[in-house]
Design a protein around this ligand. Structure first.
Ligand code: NAD
Length: 350
């Protein structure tokens, strides 16, 4: 498995491979950048089809965290942990304790929290081993706990900004939104969209999650293979990455794509494909920063939920700037966002 010549390698500062025989833990921690502060980013547990896929995910997600934290004006660099799930090493307190020891061994250069497949409870076991962890159970009105409701709030506000920019509408009332993936973020997002008067189409590969969202919110379920091509005004990808590619973009009918999933574009060129088709794409790491905003307030301490709410409310303003620059220059929104992130990082380094 090549690393330095890997197509997702982007001068990452360091890569760390961990294995713990007793618990079966196999994990990769990628530290992309500490230019703006310690590398912060969640831990994903996933059944990868190969070690190379896990490495690709760690490289891409950690770079995304550098850009996400920079644009969200957080004093953190970017990193990510991925746990290679396998049936011989089921989730257990001991597995997350082993992950905690791995995080501790990096001496604070990487701060972890939850991502796909990892819960607040798992982070409590990490906390037994290291202080470099966030996304822990909330106390009172302090910032903290599961970041996904905050991610959903940011995505909801971002959808409103995108709808205003592309469709010139002041609200989501009467719009049809297709949500791909109704897990932690997608489930909360459906509730917010329903309260705002949107009609919902949803798809998920997990029946329990579909059932749970359907019990709380009126939704029409459609097949996972059809959700991206639904007759909808907005597509909100809230499952996994790589969903926007040369194969899928040509079939999309919606005019706005705005959702929580990380790495929605399969390649950078897919941003240009969306622009050519006049589909407005809200750059993933800008719109989905609500969770890391909560996590960072919690980690830095002495912060309230109101402060998190105030900072999450800045997400649509950042998107407005990106949409306006994209309109003015004709450049794809992902390119405009990357440029902005690089400018902030370069200024921070100085
Ligand atoms: P989750 O695991 O709770 O939910 C993901 C859902 O997508 C699950 O219900 C899963 O069954 C479903 N899914 C998987 N493959 C699918 C497919 N092919 N079609 C339809 N549904 C499918 O994860 P989450 O925490 O809700 O995060 C969702 C996405 O948002 C991820 O990409 C994550 O990295 C990103 N994100 C999450 C947060 C957060 O605060 N949780 C923050 C930023 C970004």
């Amino acid at each position: 498995m090549g690393v330095f010549d890997h197509h997702e390698f982007d001068d990452h500062e360091s890569l760390h491979f961990f294995s713990d025989k007793a618990t079966g833990l196999q994990a990769i921690i990628a530290i992309h950048s500490t230019a703006l502060g310690p590398a912060a980013g969640g831990c994903r547990r996933w059944m990868y089809s190969s070690n190379t896929d896990a490495l690709t995910d760690a490289l891409r997600l950690s770079r995304g965290m550098t850009y996400k934290n920079a644009v969200a004006e957080l004093p953190f660099g970017g990193g990510k942990a991925v746990i290679l799930a396998n049936n011989a090493a089921p989730k257990s307190p001991e597995l997350f304790s082993a992950l905690g020891r791995a995080v501790a061994s990096l001496g604070g250069r990487y701060i972890t929290a939850e991502d796909v497949g990892v819960s607040v409870e798992d982070m409590r076991h990490v906390q037994q081993q290291t202080e470099f962890v966030s996304g822990l159970p909330q106390s009172g009105t302090n910032a903290g706990g599961d970041p996904s409701p905050w991610t959903a709030v940011g995505v909801f506000l971002g959808i409103q900004a995108a709808v205003k920019s592309r469709l010139n509408l002041d609200s989501c009332e009467g719009l049809t939104v297709a949500v791909q993936g109704v897990g932690h973020v997608g489930g909360h997002l459906c509730r917010l969209l329903h309260e705002a008067g949107a009609k919902l189409l949803v798809a998920d590969v997990n029946r329990d999650n579909l059932k749970s969202v359907g019990e709380k919110t009126p939704v029409k379920v459609i097949a996972p293979s059809e959700i991206l091509y639904a007759d909808a005004d907005v597509i909100a990808p809230c499952a996994l990455g790589n969903v926007l590619s040369s194969a899928t973009i040509s079939r999309i009918k919606a005019k706005v794509i705005a959702g929580a999933a990380n790495n929605q574009l399969s390649t950078e060129a897919d941003g240009a494909r969306l622009t050519e088709r006049e589909i407005l794409y809200a750059p993933d790491y800008v719109i989905n920063a609500g969770g890391i905003i909560s996590v960072s307030h919690e980690y830095l301490g002495k912060s309230s939920e109101d402060q998190v709410r105030n900072d999450v409310a800045k997400i649509p303003q950042r998107l407005d700037l990106i949409f306006a620059e994209s309109k003015k220059t004709g450049r794809p929104t992902n390119e405009v966002a990357d440029k902005l992130a690089r400018r902030i990082i370069a200024a921070g380094k100085k």
